[in-house]
Design a protein around this ligand. Structure first.
Ligand code: SF4
Length: 206
């Protein structure tokens, strides 16, 4: 391993430890464990079937079911019949769950401030590098596939000459920069495999 790779790996490790400790603290203050807090945050954004949610979070359906049951017991989540399939159920947050999420800031504020302190260009380069790392981990089946710009049929990488906002989202018909690349977008529509591969090549080569 080269020296700079080792430095980056060590930095990731330190940030993960810090983030996890912060999650334990904020979730604990709300009477939740970090996994419950994470699940609640996901279902407060949109309802999901158990299998979908387990895939997004990278956990087993059995352990997720236990977590959802504990949230249900506290009145923070509920399972409802899926309107698209009467035999399936969707998990959603209740009004109390939404209120709990509003009080539950899972992102450490100190880290947010440190990132904000970087210049716009630095944030953009950092965001782009992270997207590339995440995409490669997904391709290696190491982490779950997310609804990222780089796999979306609406994404047009480097469609504009403007270096600050080179990409284009055809869904909202707007240009945007690296710092606005999405990792989990509600409007994402998966591109067909060939198209996604071509988009990824354009994104990587630029
Ligand atoms: S719809 Fe969302 S994921 Fe797709 S390109 Fe636009 S912002 Fe990115």
């Amino acid at each position: 391993m080269s020296g700079d790779t080792e430095l980056i790996m060590t930095a990731f490790q330190k940030l993960v430890v810090f983030w996890r400790a912060s999650q334990w603290q904020t979730a604990g203050e709300a009477g939740l464990n970090p996994t419950q807090g994470e699940v609640l945050q996901h279902i407060s954004r949109r309802s999901a079937r158990l299998g979908e949610l387990a895939e997004q979070l990278g956990v087993s359906q059995a352990s997720l079911s236990d977590t959802v049951s504990s949230l249900e017991a506290r009145g923070l989540a509920r399972r409802r019949p899926d309107p698209d399939d009467g035999r399936a159920r969707r998990i959603e947050s209740t009004a109390d769950g939404q209120r709990a999420v509003a009080e539950l800031s899972m992102a450490p504020v100190e880290l947010e401030r440190a990132i904000e302190h970087l210049g716009e260009e630095e944030r953009g380069a950092f965001a782009r590098a992270l997207v590339r790392i995440i995409r490669m981990l997904q391709e290696a089946d190491a982490i779950p596939v997310q609804r990222m710009c780089v796999t979306c049929r609406h994404f047009r990488p480097f469609a504009h000459a403007d270096v600050a906002r080179p990409h284009h989202c055809a869904f909202v018909d707007a240009a945007f920069g690296d710092a606005r690349l999405r990792l989990d977008c509600d409007d994402h529509e998966a591109a067909p495999a060939k198209e996604a591969a071509a988009t990824w090549r354009r994104f990587e080569m630029a």
